[in-house]
Write a new protein. Structure first.
Length: 113
C-alpha cells in the first residue's frame, strides 16, 4: 500500500483520496446535508467543480488517487472522512450513518496491505 502520511495539520499535502461526485445525493446525515435534502443537485456543475479541484491539487504537486464512483457509495466524495493517515498507512474510521457503511468496506478491500 502507498503511504499517505502527513506529520501534522500544517505540513505539505502530498496525496489525496478522491471520488467523482457522479452519484452524490443530499442524504440528511448531518445539518449541512439536511439543508440541501429537498434540492436537486446539479451533477454537471459538481463534476466541473470537482475537476477544478483535482487540477488545483495536481498543479500544486499533490498526487490525486481516485476511487471508483459507485451509486451504492454516492457520498464517498470526501477524502478526509475515511479515517486518518499515519506513517504505516492509515487508520480506517467507522461511519455513523448506514448510507456511508459501504465506503468503509470498499476502502478496507481496496487499500489493504
Amino acid at each position: 500500500m502507498d503511504k499517505m502520511f502527513v506529520k501534522n495539520s500544517t505540513g505539505v499535502l502530498k496525496k489525496v483520496l478522491m471520488c467523482r461526485p457522479t452519484y452524490l445525493k443530499a442524504v440528511p446525515i448531518n445539518e449541512i446535508a439536511k439543508k440541501w435534502e429537498t434540492t436537486e443537485l446539479d451533477v454537471e456543475k459538481m463534476e466541473k467543480e470537482h475537476r477544478s479541484l483535482v487540477e488545483a491539487y495536481e498543479a500544486n504537486g499533490v498526487e490525486v488517487v481516485m476511487v471508483d464512483a459507485d451509486p451504492r457509495r454516492g457520498n464517498s466524495v470526501f477524502s478526509r472522512d475515511f479515517g486518518g493517515c499515519i506513517r504505516e498507512g492509515y487508520i480506517l474510521g467507522n461511519f455513523k450513518e448506514p448510507v456511508r457503511f459501504l465506503e468503509r468496506e470498499y476502502i478496507k478491500r481496496k487499500w489493504r496491505n
